[in-house]
Write a protein that binds this ligand. Structure first.
Ligand code: ATP
Ligand code: MG
Ligand code: FE
Length: 352
């Protein structure tokens, strides 16, 4: 099936085209740099940027793939979760295209698309049966169990406050680094000592960890707000004492605190739930320390680690097209034209 995918859940306008599991084009326009002076994504600016970017991105994606709109078998679009106004732009565009061309429309889950994208990376091969996914980005931090990409995905754990990427962005701001904070902290941390400061590991105290037999409500969950406060306090202490900020040590110690918990809980979930493969997704997957630590810990636990190419990990349209193609090929009924985007669409809702 030749499928066109539209992504607009956050600050990336993505249009991708796939034939089955073969990637034909993946055009992305990001408004990331329009958010720099605010230190985080501003929903209204993102929505406006999607409006401007959609048609040029669509044209370029079709051209790169060498296909015409008339050749497309189906259109897939991110229906949620994400920013309501941003989602609305992509969904309206998808509905307009579907109506104009008469093609079936599939309204799909963004989080599940982050998993489905792995099918497009020719270095990774097919998805195994006992699969977990760790999604870490500016908007989400989740551990999923994926029994079937098209009809059985469950949430094992999630952040109860900030997302991991959001924590990087907030701490970068405190340290005087530019948005997006992830790449800046990643680079600075290389010159720092991750053990310089003992920052808290959220939701890892015994009272939050339940038991392996009956996982507690927080066993696979994350919290980064306490860590953020701890770093801010430490910075205030240095400032009050009139001392220069040891930014590299602070960045390295903060990063280690986030990634220690993220990797430990992902591996714990795999082991306890009998899952032998872990797939990494989301923008934070670009982090060099995350890749190294996760490789080390999954290897020690006998878990296979799948890391798609970075361009497929960050938000893009090809991931939407990839999941759409699986649904089309599996005979799923299209969504029709009446659905509304859902900013908090649960991961169990793969297709609207
Ligand atoms: P969504 O949450 O819907 O996937 P998003 O736009 O918030 O959307 P991405 O675009 O996938 O997420 O990723 C952006 C986030 O990834 C930002 O928070 C950014 O700081 C973080 N990030 C990017 N590179 C790195 C890195 N090397 N280390 C840590 N974080 C990073
Ligand atoms: Mg983004
Ligand atoms: Fe995403």
């Amino acid at each position: 099936a030749l499928v066109l995918g539209i992504e607009s859940s956050c600050d990336e306008t993505g249009i991708g085209i796939v034939r089955g599991s073969t990637l034909l084009s993946n055009t992305v326009s990001s408004s990331m740099y329009e958010h720099v002076r605010f230190g985080g994504v501003i929903p209204e600016i993102a929505s406006r940027a999607h409006l401007d970017a959609l048609v040029p991105t669509l044209r370029e994606s079709l051209e790169t793939a060498g296909v015409a709109l008339a050749d497309i078998d189906a259109i897939a679009v991110t229906a949620g979760p994400g920013l309501a106004g941003a989602l609305m732009v992509g969904v309206c565009a998808a509905k307009a295209l579907a109506l104009a061309t008469g093609k079936p429309l599939y309204a799909i889950n963004h989080l599940v698309a982050h998993v489905g994208v792995a099918l497009l990376d020719t270095k990774l091969g097919p998805l195994p049966e006992k699969l977990a996914a760790l999604l870490v980005s500016g908007g989400h931090t989740e551990i999923l169990r994926v029994r079937s990409l098209t009809d059985d995905v469950q949430l094992l754990g999630a952040t109860i406050d900030d997302a991991a990427g959001e924590a990087f962005d907030k701490i970068a701001r405190i340290l005087g680094l530019n948005y997006p904070g992830g790449p800046a902290i990643d680079a600075l941390a290389k010159q720092g000592d991750p053990k310089a400061f003992a920052f808290p590991r959220g939701l890892t105290a015994p009272k939050y960890m339940g038991s392996a037999e009956a996982p507690g409500p927080h066993r696979y969950d994350f919290s980064f707000s306490g860590l953020k406060t701890a770093v801010a306090r430490r910075v205030e202490q240095f400032e009050a004492a009139g001392e220069e900020l040891p930014t590299a040590d602070l960045a390295a110690s903060f990063q280690e605190a986030v990634l220690d918990v993220v990797t430990a809980k992902a591996v714990l979930a795999c082991r306890e739930q009998g899952l032998d493969t872990l797939l990494l997704g989301g923008g934070v997957a670009a982090n060099s320390r995350l890749r190294a630590l996760l490789a080390e810990r999954t290897k020690a636990a006998g878990i296979d680690l799948l890391v798609p190419a970075t361009s497929l990990c960050t938000d893009n349209g090809a991931m939407v097209a990839a999941l759409g193609a699986q649904l089309v090929m599996g005979g799923a009924a299209p969504s029709g034209i009446g659905f509304a985007p859902d900013s908090s669409l649960p991961v169990t809702s793969i297709l609207l």
